[in-house]
Design a binder for this molecule. Structure first.
Ligand code: ATP
Ligand code: MG
Length: 580
């Protein structure tokens, strides 16, 4: 089925931050000039995210509306957040830490996490947020790679996940515990330390090239890499927040990602604050009624979420959304995995707005390719490169790079030079160098570009299936499978076959009200054959209650394949609990 284009009307186009004229004139120097900068030419993320807004008289605006797990609500203004960041920076320096020190966090989405992130950057130190659900080993290895000096965590997490190995990490000098009082030995209680600290701090005079953040990749394809990002990235966060997410000062904005992943920092802390919105931070995990309730009751205008969450909403059916009023929603965006066309259209039906898919990676630091608000949407497409981004589809073999024709599948590549580009894979120079070939940064993803300039995701290079001379991208097959009324989620891999080279095998999770059966398998295969043809449709479909995913919600196809072939599972440090 080809999905009809979703056109945008003139009013929507005119109201968008990104217009044709803006696109035509854009350059990174002008984008940089829209920020303040520090006296003397420096650039610091926190000055742009907080201090300049306070100086301009917006200190009373709510920066974070925090929704606790228990149903409490706390508003933190720009002025209060700036003060907390300053206090946190003072705590660090009072403990002898110097610019360049490495600060890690291992906490849920609580207000102190945001103060810690911003305070660290203000002090010219490097911040690395970890996902609180990681086990002790993944935490330890990430802190070893980054030579962490400081850790912000809770007492429970400390006792369970850090204390057993703390002495082995010589670089770790300070553990700050989110507590008002007693803490374990060799730890410092954060709140009293912040209360005792001075409430102002002179922002470190960082340069655009100074290290700001280390983010670990999701580990979907293998061992996670530590991508190094710099303060200059704030220029890209400002511009992409404005153009790809349509953020306007004062908007109510909700990014559902945890800061343990790059989306939750770039677009869950930096871009929204730099664009002076009020951001919703929800401490709790996904819950259908809670999420619908937040969208309605908080009057969310811009919502940035992920396909895995969208599919969970879809699984519950449209009726579950009926009692809610979503009339404040202006813009819906999705990232992290390919968004099936069905999901885009579902947004239109339930929220009155389509989801706008966009593409980027930990390595790119910010959104690169997007369906922006003024663009007509072709469901299933990732959109077009943002202003200032040159993207291409290339074929790279033996060090030579050839640009592909439109409609041809190749590797998605970007011309290096945008401000939020990673500057290194920590301690993995050779791996980093390998990403750059023939003047391009190679993403490791396969895609194609159509005649109108839209980019279409095909699959990760590792996941491509070669069957009887066809190149099959898992995304296309998965999207066809979830068109079946019984299918909630699908993952597709290639398994070896003597005659075809590889054949397609699919794993599917069913919607409520459907039970696995041979008849259902036949029916789903029948639909896939009709949509895709016999050569591309899955040869075999197996039913699973859930599919293996990273904690950031990405389907781990490599794990299904390893299990299928009886191969080692590899690094599974980011895997959510799953069934084999
Ligand atoms: P690792 O590199 O450790 O295997 P990862 O690539 O999943 O993990 P991230 O940087 O968090 O780590 O994810 C970026 C990847 O997610 C992209 O390279 C792409 O494969 C996928 N992705 C992100 N957004 C989209 C999108 N809109 N459409 C399709 N794929 C996407
Ligand atoms: Mg990756």
């Amino acid at each position: 089925m080809t999905w009809p284009t979703i056109p945008k009307d003139e009013t929507t186009r005119a109201a968008a931050n990104l217009t044709d004229a803006v696109r035509a004139q854009f350059n990174w120097e002008d984008a940089r000039a829209m920020l303040d900068g520090l006296p003397g030419g420096g650039l610091n993320i926190v000055h742009e995210a907080l201090d300049r807004h306070v100086a301009a008289g917006h200190g009373d605006q709510v920066a974070i509306r925090w929704l606790s797990k228990d149903g409490d609500q706390r508003d933190i203004t720009y002025a209060a957040l700036a003060t907390d960041a300053a206090r946190f920076a003072n705590v660090l320096t009072e403990h002898g830490l110097k610019p360049g020190a490495r600060v890690y966090s291992l906490v849920g989405r609580v207000p102190e996490l945001y103060a810690a992130a911003l305070g660290t950057l203000k002090a010219g130190m490097t911040f690395t947020p970890l996902f609180a659900a990681f086990g002790p080993e993944p935490i330890k290895s990430r802190m070893e790679i980054g030579e962490g000096n400081v850790l912000v965590t809770t007492e429970a997490l400390y006792r369970k996940k850090i204390a057993p190995w703390r002495k082995e990490l010589a670089s770790l000098r300070l553990v700050l515990i989110l507590s008002d009082g007693n803490v374990p030995e060799d730890c410092v209680a954060l709140r009293p330390a912040m209360d005792a600290a001075a409430d102002s701090f002179e922002t470190a005079n960082t340069t655009p090239d100074d290290m700001a953040l280390i983010h670990f990749t999701s580990g979907t394809t293998g061992k996670p890499k530590g991508a190094v990002h710099v303060h200059g990235a704030v220029v890209a966060h400002a511009a992409t927040g404005r153009f790809a997410l349509d953020l306007k000062p004062g908007d109510i904005y909700w990014c559902t990602a945890d800061p343990g992943w790059v989306t939750g920092t770039s677009y869950g802390i930096i871009a929204p604050l730099v664009n002076r919105v009020t951001m919703i931070v929800d401490e709790a995990e996904f819950d259908l009624d809670r999420w619908y309730g937040i969208l309605q009751n908080q009057g969310v205008q811009v919502w940035y979420t992920a396909p895995t969450a969208i599919r969970m909403l879809m699984r519950a059916g449209k009726d579950a959304a009926k009692p809610y009023d979503f009339s404040k929603l202006r813009f819906l965006a999705s990232v992290g995995e390919p968004l099936n066309p069905e999901g885009v259209v579902w947004g239109q039906e339930v929220f009155g707005k389509p989801f706008h898919d966009n593409w980027w990676q930990t390595e790119t630091g910010g959104i690169m390719i997007a369906n922006t608000p003024e663009m007509d949407i072709h469901p299933g497409s990732m959109g077009k490169p943002l202003p200032g981004i040159e993207a291409g589809i290339v074929s790279a073999e033996d060090g030579a790079v050839r640009e592909c024709n439109s409609g041809e599948i190749g590797e998605l590549a970007l011309r290096p030079g945008w401000p939020s580009m990673m500057r290194a894979y920590l301690n993995e120079q050779a791996r980093y160098d390998k990403c750059f070939v023939g003047g391009w940064y190679l993403s490791g993803d396969l895609a194609m570009q159509d005649k109108d300039g839209y980019f279409w995701f095909v699959g990760r290079a590792d996941d491509l299936i070669k069957s009887s001379g066809h190149l099959i991208g898992p995304f296309e097959v998965e999207s066809a499978l979830i068109e079946h009324e019984a299918v909630a989620e699908a993952a597709v891999i290639g398994i070896p076959d003597e005659t075809a080279g590889e054949v397609v095998k699919a794993y599917v999770a069913l919607n409520p009200g459907f039970e696995p059966s041979e008849a259902l398998e036949r029916d789903i295969r029948g639909l896939a054959r009709k949509r895709l043809g016999a050569a591309v449709a899955p040869r075999e479909i197996v039913f699973r209650k859930q599919l293996p995913k990273t904690r950031s919600g990405k389907i781990m196809r490599r794990l299904l394949k390893a299990r299928e072939l009886g191969l080692p599972e590899g690094d599974i440090s980011t895997l959510e609990a799953d069934e084999k």
